[in-house]
Each structure stands twice: as structure tokens, then as C-alpha cells.
Design a protein around this ligand. Structure first.
Ligand code: NAD
Length: 280
């Protein structure tokens, strides 16, 4: 039976380090958060960000906008926050409406205030091996893996999902650790090859957003399984991986909820505090 790879104990250690950094800053750091519309998932992420910020001595300023605003209204607000010297970091919650281009919005946020790590300049830093502002979820997965103490060098690693916020930056962070990385995505499934790749993985990370897309029986014996997916199925929150079968085969597996999620929000705060240090 696999050991559970839980996010909370790792998150608590990182929180201790963040508290110390906050104490050493001249002023409490300020995170500006922009929420457009009433998406339930985004609203629940905002409330968890508010609680985490409060527990760390970080000021959280929430800006709520109607979901029918134009892209220019959002861009104007971001530009004001970019220019506001009292604001250290900015996050725009997703999803955004169809009238918004998230890539464009990610570029408007100043790279120095980019708490999420989505600005192309910060993405570029990750390619150069500077991970200070890597995306929160990708960094959260790496922190979980670090907590196992397992050497990733040469590990047959399969990342399922190639989004800009999770799969792509995560693959780069894993490469930096000399893992042998395969990235699977919708095309892999269309070609009928997902199972074949998953079966080879000593380290499997899934970030798709479809309950049960990874059959637990496909997991290689002794593999490490990190499930980033958050899905609703039969009134419950579940990941992408069929947990019951997978936990019998894996050596480590993340629970969903309780794995990557609790860490992501803490890394957001760490990115903010690092940005504040550079600014102050
Ligand atoms: P996304 O929709 O941007 O990307 C999904 C990826 O999955 C794409 O690369 C796509 O090609 C791939 N995909 C889609 N269908 C597939 C299939 N049939 N076979 C193989 N690959 C397929 O999603 P995202 O924003 O990267 O989020 C992915 C999941 O991770 C979601 O469930 C999201 O809620 C979750 N998430 C969790 C956290 C956390 O902190 N735990 C943070 C961010 C995202």
C-alpha cells in the first residue's frame, strides 16, 4: 500500500519560513487579487488565499469585477496596481470570460509583481534554471517530491497535461533535476497511447482535470503518483487517477483533496514575499 504524500505537513514548514521572511520585511507585503465574475472554484480559491495570507501576516486586497467587463477595464486596473508602490504582488483569478485573453493579461502584470509565475519573462527564467518565480502549482509538485528525499536523476517521468500553468513549467523543473521527462496530452490520448506511457512511469504526474482518466491499474508497481487534478464526481472532489487501484500499486500517492492543493496557495504567498523582498 502506498504512503500518502500529503501537502499539509510540507506546507506548514514552508509557512514557517515565510513568517520569518515577513518579519524581516520593512512593511507587511501586499497581494492584490482580482476576481472577475462569480466562478465557484475561483471564489473558493480566493477564500483559501485570504485565510492563508492572514495566517502569515500578509495583506490581501481583493478587487471584484463584474463578469461582463471589457478586457480594457481589467487591463486598466492591473496597470494601476503595477504603478501602486504599496502593492507587491498581483494575481488575476481564473477562469476569465471569453472576452479576455489570459496570455495578454499575464503579460500586462509587471514581471516583478507576478505572484503566479505566468509572465513570459518568469517562464523564461525557468528555462534558464532560475525557479524563483516558477508557477505556483508546478513549484508545489516539486516541493512534494522534495519532501520524499527521492533522487529524480534518470527517473522515467510522465507528466500528463501540458498547460502553461502546470504541465509545461513542471516538465522544465523536472528536467532541471535530470529526470527523463515525457509529456502526454490530448494528442497522446487521441493516438491511443496514454496507457502505454503511463505504464512506464516511475514518477507519474497528472494534471488534466478529468476524473479517472488515469486507470489505477495502469500504475507501475512502486511508482510515485502525484495527482494535480481537481474534479467533481458523484458529489465528491476527486483527482485524475483511479485512487483505489493506484494506491495498491504505488509507493507514494497524493490524496485528492489534500495533496498538491494545500501547497499551491502557500507557494503563491512565498512568491509574493520573494517579490516584496526584491522590491523593498
Ligand atoms: P488545462 O485545461 O489548461 O489543461 C489540461 C491539459 O490536459 C491539456 O494539456 C490537455 O492537452 C490535457 N488533456 C485534456 N484531455 C486529455 C486527455 N483525454 N488525455 C490526455 N491529456 C488530456 O488545465 P489546467 O489548468 O492545467 O488544470 C488541470 C487540472 O489541474 C484541473 O483539474 C485543475 O483544477 C487542476 N489544478 C489543480 C491545482 C492545485 O493546486 N491542486 C492548480 C491548478 C490546476
Amino acid at each position: 500500500m502506498a504512503k500518502l504524500l500529503e501537502g499539509k505537513p510540507v506546507a506548514e514548514k514552508i509557512k514557517e519560513a515565510i513568517r520569518l521572511s515577513v518579519q524581516n520585511l520593512k512593511q507587511a507585503p501586499v497581494l492584490a487579487s482580482i476576481l472577475v465574475g462569480n466562478n465557484l472554484g475561483a471564489a473558493s480559491y480566493v477564500s483559501s488565499q485570504e485565510k492563508t495570507a492572514a495566517s502569515l501576516g500578509i495583506a490581501y486586497r481583493l478587487y471584484k469585477l463584474n463578469d461582463n467587463i471589457t478586457e480594457n477595464v481589467l487591463i486598466d486596473l492591473i496597470n494601476k496596481l503595477n504603478a501602486d508602490k504599496t502593492v507587491n504582488g498581483i494575481i488575476v483569478q481564473t477562469p476569465l470570460g471569453p472576452q479576455m485573453d489570459y496570455r495578454k493579461i499575464s503579460e500586462v502584470i509587471s514581471a516583478q509583481k507576478d505572484a503566479e509565475g505566468m509572465h513570459p519573462l518568469n517562464m523564461g527564467h525557468v528555462i534558464f534554471g532560475n525557479n524563483r518565480a516558477a508557477t505556483c502549482t508546478a513549484s508545489a509538485v516539486m516541493e512534494l517530491l522534495n519532501s520524499t528525499g527521492i533522487d529524480l536523476c534518470g527517473k522515467e517521468t510522465v507528466v500528463v497535461g501540458s498547460s502553461e500553468i502546470v504541465g509545461k513549467p513542471l516538465a522544465l523543473l523536472l528536467l532541471e533535476r535530470l529526470a527523463t521527462v515525457t509529456i502526454c496530452h490530448i494528442g497522446t490520448s487521441k493516438a491511443g497511447k496514454l496507457k502505454e506511457h503511463v505504464r512506464k512511469a516511475d514518477l507519474l504526474i497528472s494534471a488534466v482535470g478529468q476524473a479517472g482518466i488515469i486507470n489505477g491499474e495502469w500504475i507501475k508497481k512502486g511508482a510515485i503518483v502525484v495527482d494535480v487534478g481537481i474534479n467533481r464526481a458523484n458529489g465528491k472532489i476527486v483527482g485524475d487517477v483511479g485512487f483505489q487501484a493506484a494506491e495498491k500499486r504505488a509507493s507514494y500517492i497524493t490524496p485528492v483533496p489534500g495533496g498538491v492543493g494545500p501547497l499551491t496557495v502557500v507557494i503563491l504567498m512565498r512568491n509574493l514575499v520573494e517579490a516584496a523582498k526584491l522590491q523593498q
